[in-house]
Design a protein around this ligand. Structure first.
Ligand code: UT7
Length: 327
């Protein structure tokens, strides 16, 4: 038995932050951002709106689209690195907001690879035959940890997320394989230095701006280009597929140049790759499920199509997944 994606949904806040608006805040320009990243604009939450609000919208949409009742959800997994609270999982807040009375759940922190990590986790729970329906959401409120005076990071990130329902299938479809990786030696290149148990919040950590994302962009870029391309090619090879077999490649949307490198490595055409980075920037755990929902809505996936996912992020984390589309 395998686990199959039976519904998709997304949520993007309606506030738009364009490159031109960023030009007025930091020393940058639209042309540089577009050329170096592919990003034109990103979305930001409104004041008071947090990760659980976006995740609950996604959860309710998944219920509406699938015709399921909240009681049908057995487990809720939220991939995020920007939970509402340090203690109390986002999953708990979502459980209450959507009224999923029979669900247990938890948050999973895999940074930009979080959604793929969560999908694999949810799939294994469904495949165990103990759980009939898993709600898996990838969502981040990056604006809550971004310094809008730091041009190295503020141009890259946005808020938003998406999710899926996973259910058992006995057909020849569903999640076929995953390769997931973790290398903690990358932790110094991309992180939020304070606010955890290592450096609890203090006046000093606040005045040193240690609650914001720190990124050594060049080093992360180098790793991301290699690792995302390698792991995308590896999963195809391992399963006896080539680029021609792939209907759609949905990569994590961090930088169009990283996506292009993975595409070329797998010998895929531009038409085989889903890119929406221009609209939303990098929403961390949100990018893949947002793109998946858009691709489904645009009719880019039909029953039997082979879907390739790949991501790279803080940790370092990276991975790929192959899915035989079943709905
Ligand atoms: O999703 C999680 C993983 N994260 C990623 O995958 C992000 C990986 N990194 C990247 O995408 C890229 O490294 C960036 C987009 C962050 C930076 O692009 P880059 O081509 O690596 O630029 P760079 O850091 O080498 O900087 C080139 C120049 C520098 O000026 P000098 O030293 O050549 O005079 C920077 O100071 O561009 C300058 N620069 C900027 N200029 C205008 C850096 N940021 C900006 C900016 N606007 N926002």
């Amino acid at each position: 038995m395998k686990a199959n994606i039976t519904a998709t949904a997304k949520y993007l806040p309606d506030r738009v932050l364009t490159n031109f608006e960023l030009e007025k805040i930091v020393d940058t320009d639209d042309e540089w951002i577009r050329a170096r990243t592919g990003i034109e604009e990103r979305r930001l939450v409104n004041d008071g709106e947090a990760t659980s609000h976006m995740a609950s919208h996604i959860g309710l949409k998944l219920l509406e689209k699938s015709g399921k009742s909240p009681d049908d959800i057995d487990v809720i997994i939220i991939a995020t690195c920007t939970p509402d609270l340090i203690v109390v999982s986002t999953a708990a807040l979502v459980q209450e907001k959507i009224g999923a009375q029979n669900a247990w759940g938890f948050d999973l922190m895999g940074a930009c690879t979080g959604f793929i990590y969560a999908l694999e986790t949810g799939a294994k729970l469904v495949e165990s035959n103990q759980y009939k329906c898993a709600m898996v959401i990838g969502v981040d409120t990056m604006s809550s940890i971004i310094d809008y005076t730091d041009r190295n990071t503020c141009i890259l990130f946005g808020d938003g997320g998406g999710g899926v329902l996973l259910e058992p299938t006995t057909q020849n479809d569903g999640l076929l394989d995953a390769i997931l990786q973790l290398d903690g030696s990358g932790s110094t290149y991309l992180n939020v230095p304070a606010g955890g148990s290592l450096r609890p919040t203090s006046e000093e950590t606040v005045s040193n701006k240690q609650h914001y994302v720190y990124q050594d962009g060049k080093t992360v870029f180098k790793f991301a280009v290699k690792k995302m391309a390698d792991v995308s090619a590896e999963i195809l090879d391992k399963n006896g597929f080539s680029g021609e077999d792939v209907k759609l490649f949905i990569p994590h949307q961090a930088n169009k140049r990283i996506i292009d490198a993975a595409r070329k490595r797998c010998k895929l055409s531009e038409e085989q790759v889903y890119i929406n980075i221009q609209k939303y920037g990098n929403t961390t755990a949100g990018t893949i499920p947002i793109a998946l929902d858009e691709a489904v809505n645009e009719g880019r996936l039909e029953k039997g199509d082979l879907l390739l996912l790949a991501a790279f992020g803080g940790g370092f984390t990276w991975g790929s997944m192959l899915i035989r589309w079943g709905v």
